[in-house]
Design a binder for this molecule. Sequence first.
Ligand code: ZN
Length: 138
Amino acid sequence: MKKDTAIRYLVDAQGNPQGVYLEEEFWQQVCAHVLGQLEKLFPVEPILQEPLNDFELLKKYWDLRYDLPTDVHCDSCGNSSSDWQGDEPRKFILRAANMGGLLSFQCQCCNARVTKCHFKDKVTVTCTPHPSCACASR
Ligand SMILES: [Zn+2]
């Protein structure tokens, strides 16, 4: 590594600054600091709020003959909970709920989407693997 080539300033055809190019060897020395700085500027977003109001509405107007089930199971990775709200840490995050009896969860293990539809006489469950999950395409 040479000092005069370790950092190169990139410009476009009009000469406007576009960024900085760091030689790999130099990058290795400063990346921890740079990435740490980036993390400070863009902190990891807090967990998305769950649509609990919608869930409360579903519970309030629940008129089926069975109790609203609390169990969730992910067919994609085998993650399972008997009470999705009671896990610590949470295994499933509620992503959608509606009064029609639909509940949709995100598996915290593999990001699959588990959707439960509650009907008068049955509950259907579908599990859609996360698109980036390589195991689903094998
Ligand atoms: Zn899963």
